[in-house]
Write a protein that binds this ligand. Structure first.
Ligand code: HEC
Length: 184
């Protein structure tokens, strides 16, 4: 009986870690234990989810919201129409520098000049790029298009102010880890 329990415990531990690995097909990011489709009680994210080294992450209510089916239908199947090439990344870098860097910072770490007094603070996009949710096009397109009004955050809605292709190029640029390209 004791051996049986011990074996079950070991199997449980092994299964637990296997599930953890399976949940991170993109390599995951520090502090990221879930992903779209991980519908555990906390979706793998506790309050403070997204704590990476370097801090400045804050708690974004939008991730649990999106993971629990909150993405509006109009965004649920959105896909980037632009080719993932250098031209797209360079365009994205320009869009980012002009519209996003003031809050999210030049390198995406959430440390722009306009970030100081914001609560929640601007997300660390450099960190986000390494996570499954950051590579999830519908989530990114919804976030940048609709902004943070519904969560009472300072994230602006860009659907009226930027052409769709600009939004998508900025997303591709973030997903490529905000490389330091020429002509920014
Ligand atoms: C006025 C400041 C401000 C500007 C400008 C801004 N953001 Fe944000 N952004 C925020 C804040 C604050 C948050 C965190 C709260 C939230 O998620 O709504 C955020 C969150 C995000 C997220 C969600 C990240 C996550 O952790 O899930 C993405 C993606 C994002 N911004 C992209 C952009 C892009 C792309 C631009 C430019 C086109 C931009 N932001 C411009 C303030 C800003």
């Amino acid at each position: 009986m004791r051996n049986y329990l011990l074996a079950a415990g070991v199997a449980g531990a092994l299964f637990g870690s296997a599930a953890f690995v399976l949940a991170q097909p993109m390599g995951g990011g520090p502090g990221w234990g879930g992903g779209p489709g991980m519908m555990g009680p906390r979706g793998g994210m506790g309050p403070g989810g997204g704590m990476g080294p370097g801090g400045g992450m804050g708690y974004s209510p939008r991730r649990p919201y999106a993971m629990h089916g909150g993405l509006p239908d109009a965004y649920a199947r959105a896909a980037n129409p632009l080719p993932r090439n250098r031209a797209t990344i360079e365009r994205g870098a320009r869009v980012y520098a002009a519209n996003c860097a003031s809050c999210h910072g030049k390198t995406g770490r959430g440390d722009g000049e306009a970030a100081k007094d914001l609560n929640p603070p601007p997300a660390n996009l450099a960190w986000l790029a390494d996570t499954r949710v950051g590579q999830w096009d519908p989530y990114m397109f919804w976030t940048v298009s609709e902004g943070g009004a519904q969560f009472n955050t300072a994230m602006p809605a860009f659907k009226e102010t930027l052409p769709k292709e600009d939004i998508w190029s900025a997303i591709a640029y973030i997903q490529a880890q905000l490389p330091d390209v020429a002509n920014k």
